[in-house]
Write a protein that binds this ligand. Structure first.
Ligand SMILES: [Zn+2]
Length: 299
């Protein structure tokens, strides 16, 4: 007996990349929570329990803006980062909760990307972080995010090459989900550790990733250069770009990002024309920024 094609199948990252020229990811988490009233100094992950309605509200605002991919509020949710605060010892619970809330907002037609950020520690010999500890921590977080139902994993805002390699090892030991690795070149066109896009991408590609990218950064002019270099180094591997909304400035008691929605969209559309396959925004990018990108992409 023949079966009809399953047209209600849940989309996958690879499937959507094949189907569409570009995928739209969401904007920032932390800076938007701050605008929404999150107390200064609070880790965004605290809101998963203190203000889950606000977490959902931001996810839904990005859905309304046209995002295909929502990132979980788990950027600081390795055990290595959580151990400093009130969520110490609750790594699995934090990641499950974040995945559940993002899934709730994303429904079955959009993707949820589990976010994993830097460990917040320097690796040996500069600091205390060793290989086995790093691998175990990233494996633990990836496993909880996968259990929570995310569709892909995004190691983002990474700036140290060895930490990235260890994190990828841990993540891949725990999950077969597609993995995106995105560095932050926030010293112009180099990461905080002096790493170039070419060196980062050529080290990460042989590890087997679904996409490589850049997120956050400094000015949009710097990001323009970074994107060109990442695209050249990535070859046929999809490139993921989530720039911040330009340089932040302190105005009175507020942090204001220089790029409004239209300015960010103008840059992002150029990245797509150059070949970026997944775009969105990082710090300072609001739902209005994502809506402007969606519109500029002709959605
Ligand atoms: Zn950022």
């Amino acid at each position: 007996m023949e079966h009809a094609p399953n047209t209600t199948k849940t989309p996958t990252f690879e499937g959507l990349l094949e189907e569409r020229r570009v995928l739209l990811a969401d904007g920032a988490t932390g800076t938007n929570y701050q605008t929404m009233g999150m107390e200064p100094g609070l880790a965004p992950e605290e809101w998963l329990f203190q203000a889950p309605d606000r977490v959902l509200e931001l996810h839904r605002a990005f859905v309304d803006a046209g995002a295909d991919i929502l990132l979980t509020c788990t950027f600081g949710a390795t055990s290595l980062r959580l151990q400093e605060g009130s969520l110490a010892g609750r790594t699995r619970e934090v990641n499950l909760r974040a995945a559940e809330l993002a899934r709730d907002a994303a429904g079955s037609s959009r993707l949820v990307a589990g976010s994993l950020g830097p460990s917040g520690q320097l690796i040996e010999p500069y600091g205390l972080l060793d290989h086995d500890t790093a691998v175990a921590a990233y494996a633990e977080q990836a496993s909880a995010l996968a259990e929570g139902g995310v569709d892909l994993l995004v190691l983002e805002t990474i700036f140290a090459l060895e930490e990235a390699v260890w994190a990828v090892e841990g993540i891949k030991s725990a999950s077969e989900l597609p993995l995106v690795v995105s560095f932050s070149y926030d010293m112009g066109t180099r990461t905080m550790m002096g790493l170039s896009p070419t060196d980062a991408v050529t080290t990460i590609l042989p590890l087997g990733v679904a996409a490589v990218g850049a997120n956050c950064g400094r000015s949009l002019a710097d990001t323009d250069e970074v994107v060109t270099e990442v695209l050249a180094a990535a070859g046929d591997v999809p490139v993921w770009i989530k720039p911040n909304a330009g340089v932040p400035k302190v105005v009175g008691s507020q942090v204001v990002y220089e790029a409004g929605p239209d300015m960010l969209a103008e840059h992002v559309v150029r990245y797509v024309e150059q070949g970026a396959r997944v775009v969105g925004g990082c710090c300072g990018s609001t739902p209005e920024h994502v809506a402007a990108i969606a519109q500029a992409l002709g959605r």
